[in-house]
Design a protein. Structure first.
Length: 256
C-alpha cells in the first residue's frame, strides 16, 4: 500500500506525540524515584514504665518490708516471676523467724515473744539496669537477720527479652561463644584478684585464693546472678562465694 505525504506526516506527528508522552512519563518516574527513595525501617527503642509494689508483712516473730518493680505493657511473665519470688522469700523468712524465736523460748534464752523492735527483719529493694522495648534487666536485693551470728544479704536477677517474651539466660548474651563460661571465669578471677589486692591490708593467702578460684569456676551456678546493658554485663557474687563474710558481696563488670 502506498502512503502519501499527508499520511506520512500524520504518522510522524503521532509518533512524536507518543514519544513525547513516553519521555515525560519516564522523566517524572525518575524524579519521583530520586525525590522519594525507599526508607529503611528503624526500630525505635522506647522506655518501659514501671511502678513500685510495697511489701509490708509480719507475724509475731518477724517482719518483711520493702519494694519491688512492676513493669507495664510487657506481659505478665516477668512481673509474675518477681512477685512469686518476693512471696517465697517473705514466707520463708517469717517461717524461719518463728522457728528460731520459738527455739530461743524453748531453750530458756528468752521468756516472752519479741516486741516489734525485736522481731527479725527482712528488707527488699531493687535496681534497674535497663527497662525498654527490647530488654528489661533488674536486680532484687534482700537481706535481714534470722537470729544467727550476723545478718545476711542476697541478690537475684531478672532478665527479660521483651520482643520474644521470654526469660533470658546468660548464654543468650553470648550466641557466638560456646565457651563463654570459661571466658567469664578467666576474666572474673583476674578482676576480683586485682580488686582485693588493691585494697590496703588485704592479703590473699591460700584459703582466700581458693575461695576466688572456686567462686569464679566456669559453672552456671557461679554466674546465675547478672544484669546487663547494651555495653556492659555485671556479674554478682554472693556472700562467702569469692571472699570471707567480712568482705560482703562482690561484683565484676564485663564489657560486651
Amino acid at each position: 500500500m502506498k502512503i502519501d505525504k499527508t499520511s506520512a506526516y500524520r504518522i510522524v506527528f503521532i509518533a512524536m506525540i507518543v514519544l513525547g508522552v513516553i519521555l515525560l512519563i519516564k522523566s517524572k518516574f525518575q524524579t519521583d524515584h530520586v525525590a522519594n527513595p525507599p526508607t529503611e525501617q528503624v526500630q525505635t527503642v522506647t522506655a518501659v514504665k514501671y511502678s513500685e509494689i510495697t511489701v509490708n508483712k509480719s507475724n509475731d516473730y518477724g517482719t518483711v518490708k520493702g519494694v519491688y518493680p512492676n513493669f507495664e505493657n510487657i506481659g505478665n511473665m516477668l512481673n509474675m516471676s518477681i512477685s512469686a519470688f518476693v512471696d517465697l522469700i517473705s514466707k520463708e523468712h517469717l517461717g524461719i523467724a518463728e522457728e528460731n524465736w520459738k527455739a530461743r523460748i524453748d531453750t530458756g534464752g528468752v521468756d516472752a515473744l519479741p516486741d516489734d523492735t525485736e522481731k527479725f527483719p527482712l528488707e527488699i529493694s531493687y535496681e534497674i539496669a535497663q527497662a525498654n522495648s527490647e530488654f528489661v534487666s533488674a536486680l532484687v536485693r534482700y537481706g535481714g537477720y534470722q537470729g544467727g551470728a550476723h545478718g545476711y544479704e542476697n541478690t537475684v536477677s531478672f532478665n527479660y527479652d521483651v520482643v520474644n517474651q521470654k526469660i533470658m539466660s546468660l548464654s543468650d548474651l553470648f550466641p557466638e561463644d560456646a565457651n563463654y563460661l570459661e571466658t567469664l571465669s578467666s576474666f572474673s578471677k583476674a578482676n576480683l584478684t586485682g580488686q582485693f589486692t588493691s585494697k590496703e591490708g588485704t592479703q590473699l593467702d591460700e584459703f582466700f585464693q581458693d575461695m576466688i578460684d572456686a567462686g569464679t569456676a566456669p559453672t552456671l551456678e557461679n554466674y546465675q546472678v547478672f544484669t546487663f546493658t547494651n555495653d556492659m554485663l555485671t556479674i554478682y557474687f554472693g556472700e562467702y562465694q569469692v571472699a570471707p563474710y567480712v568482705y560482703g558481696p562482690q561484683k565484676v563488670q564485663f564489657p560486651l
